[in-house]
Design a protein. Structure first.
Length: 283
């Protein structure tokens, strides 16, 4: 298994000013740094590649999806902007060697509405059509899309593995699968290991997050069962710790993080990695 740490644990946005994080993440013992692209303008692929090479570290890419990047919006200009943004993320993934672009790319995070059946059907139609175009672009560049179901408080669209698989099937592209996140699964899935097994070969990426979004191993996620399920489906992709800091108020507000969840962000990453390496050690 390859273990990763999200840049969101420490910084927002990631840029040349925070490039020292690459060395820091490697020094902690991680194999991967997950770069969240909030603004493609801040991503200097050449400089990042130099830092990755110097520190023998790999990169994965995830996206950030606000109201102006809503792939299922009824506003054509917003859907067009979502495609443009995702194409920039795909370009960065290709340049940085990330196998996929991950995230809840079907809608805007925080968009929660009680829709009629017809309105929901239209949302699905628009989201599928938009992501089919993105999937085609990604396929041309050898990049996968890993779609992330979110909990009900963050989206009204894709909450469960079952819904995620439905979306993947409707898009109908072999390079489209799922990013599963144990934080969201803890809220939405009745049986997390069973949901992982149901997703099977369509699990392209994995976020190893505690039930409170804090340090893995300090909450009630059943990690041994999670590890067992991932072994059963022969998952060989990254295991990334994604967490957030209260020091970045905009991000903290977006994810409803009202209190520190660890003594420090470094402690969260280091102790989380130590725990995950133990749980996912070869049997």
């Amino acid at each position: 298994m390859q273990f990763g740490a999200s840049t969101f644990i420490w910084v927002s946005p990631f840029s040349n000013k925070t490039l020292g994080l690459v060395k820091k993440v490697r020094g902690m013992g991680f194999d991967i740094i997950e770069i969240c692209i909030e603004d493609p303008v801040t991503i200097d692929a050449s400089r990042i590649n130099e830092a990755l090479k110097e520190n023998d570290l790999r990169a994965t890419i995830c996206g950030a999806f606000g109201p102006d990047r809503d792939a299922s919006s009824e506003d054509q200009s917003i859907r067009t902007n979502a495609v443009k943004y995702l194409e920039a993320c795909i370009d960065a993934a290709r340049e940085l060697g990330s196998p996929s672009v991950a995230g809840p790319m079907y809608s805007a995070v925080g968009k929660t509405r009680l829709l009629s059946r017809d309105e929901r059907a239209k949302q699905w139609k628009l989201g599928v059509e938009t992501l089919q175009a993105v999937a085609d672009y990604a396929g041309q560049h050898g990049v996968q899309l890993a779609i992330e179901p979110l909990n009900r408080f963050e989206t009204d669209f894709i909450n469960t593995v079952e819904q995620g698989l439905d979306l993947v099937e409707r898009i109908g592209a072999s390079n489209v699968g799922l990013l599963l996140d144990t934080f969201h699964m803890n809220i939405e899935e009745k049986d997390i290991p069973a949901a992982i097994r149901k997703a099977g070969s369509k699990v392209f990426h994995f976020h190893s997050c505690e039930n409170d979004r804090g340090t893995p191993g300090t909450g009630h996620v059943e990690w041994k069962e999670v590890a067992s399920a991932l072994r059963e489906i022969n998952y060989q992709g990254p295991l990334v710790i994604e967490a957030f800091t209260t020091e970045i108020t905009e991000i903290a507000r977006a994810v409803s993080l009202w209190r520190p969840l660890a003594p420090s962000q470094d402690w969260l990453a280091q102790e989380g990695l130590k725990f995950l390496r133990k749980v996912f050690a070869p049997e």
